[in-house]
Design a protein around this ligand. Structure first.
Ligand SMILES: *Cc1c(COP(=O)(O)O)cnc(C)c1O
Length: 355
């Protein structure tokens, strides 16, 4: 994966700088927020520094604070848990479902306490499980549902874009995401009330810009118009990137279909835009080393959060452990040609033939 841009971004940034813009967030940021809101079908979108801060701000907006507990899947990028820790809350890790690598709703009940305030659902690699079921569970137990949809721009649950089903949904525009602003994140919601809370949280708790009256605690989680200019250009390329990502996934699937040693997570390309091409094998480290010798870069998937030194939680997470031990991300850049992919598939076939 790599950030991908061309002259269009360079030209737009040059024009913006020459136009005497405010540099910090202003008109371009509002335009970018509107574009994202329209694309995902949310009423509101609030741009912030990055995806991690988008999650922190979301937890703060629903009133999570020190001592509270937040349910988080064990298999995800570490920021999904760190956001709770950073604001003084405690992430409570729960195992994932093997069919989609998302939070196992059936296990949630056993992890609730009086301190549980929110659930963070991560649509891992654009896939999801049944979010209506999870939402029903959250409503029943009076928990806020936050969707970490950082990997899911272009992915849906039934007719709803991921991120728009929970109370709040977050996206990231870090360098490797499907569109990037270098760093950057956004929170979407259908709720006027939560949108107002979020706008205050990201701007020092101000009642309105240009006045220094603060009736609540807030921080500086603001975006910049430079990033927004970049983001607006990247948005023009999103539809074609979504198409290409799906094509790339399908090319790998058919190129590797005869190799029985490769396990795939079910992926419905009418709903999911895979972010990374993920395969599951007995010894991903060995395959990684072999492919490196053939000049093919791959990456192991995330270790389960409970095994990370920063957390070290004791518990029962057999599914997260199994998939983390077996997972390998194949080259997934939208710049890959069909020829590149067939070269990679041939190399993988060569590896398994030798076994
Ligand atoms: C990328 C990512 C984040 C963090 O976003 P940043 O913008 O890097 O802070 C959070 N959660 C998931 C699932 C991600 O993939």
């Amino acid at each position: 994966m790599e950030p991908t841009f061309d002259e269009a971004e360079a030209r737009a940034l040059y024009e913006y700088m020459m136009s005497g813009g405010w540099v910090t967030e202003f008109v371009k940021t509002r335009e970018f927020e509107t574009e994202i809101a329209n694309f995902v079908g949310a009423k509101h979108a609030m741009a912030v520094n990055n995806g991690t801060v988008a999650l922190c701000a979301s937890l703060l907006a629903v009133g999570v604070g020190p001592g509270d507990e937040v349910i988080v899947p064990d298999l995800t990028m570490i920021a999904s848990a760190n956001c709770a820790t950073l604001i003084g809350a405690r992430p409570v890790l729960v195992d994932v479902e093997p069919q989609n690598l998302c939070l196992n709703t059936a296990l949630l009940k056993g992890h609730l306490s009086e301190k549980t305030k929110a659930v963070i659902h991560v649509s891992f690699n654009g896939r999801t499980n049944d979010l209506t079921e999870l939402k029903r569970f959250c409503n029943l137990h009076k928990l806020f549902l936050i969707e970490d949809a950082a990997q899911s721009l272009g992915s849906y649950f039934r007719n709803a874009h991921l991120g728009t089903i929970g109370d709040l949904g977050t996206f990231s525009f870090s360098a490797l995401k499907i569109i990037t602003t270098g760093q950057g994140g956004i929170v979407v919601t259908q709720s006027d009330n939560l949108a107002t809370r979020l706008r205050k949280i990201k701007d020092f708790g101000r009642l309105k810009g240009g006045e220094d009256i603060h009736d609540s605690l807030g921080y500086n989680f603001k975006f910049t118009d430079i990033q927004a200019v970049l983001g607006l250009e990247q948005m023009k390329k999103l539809e074609s990137r979504i198409r290409r990502k799906k094509e790339i996934y399908a090319l790998y699937r058919s190129g590797l279909q005869d190799i029985e040693a490769i396990e795939w997570v079910p992926t419905d390309l009418s709903q999911t835009t895979p972010w990374f091409i993920d395969i599951f094998v007995d010894d991903p480290n060995d395959l990684l080393t072999y492919l490196r010798q053939h000049h093919i870069g791959t990456r192991l998937i995330y270790p389960p959060i409970h095994t990370q030194k920063a957390y070290q939680v004791v518990g029962n997470f057999p599914v997260a452990e199994r998939f983390a031990q077996r997972g390998l991300w194949l080259p997934s850049s939208i710049k890959l040609t069909d020829g590149d992919i067939s070269y990679i598939c041939d190399a993988i076939a060569g590896y398994f033939k030798k076994k």
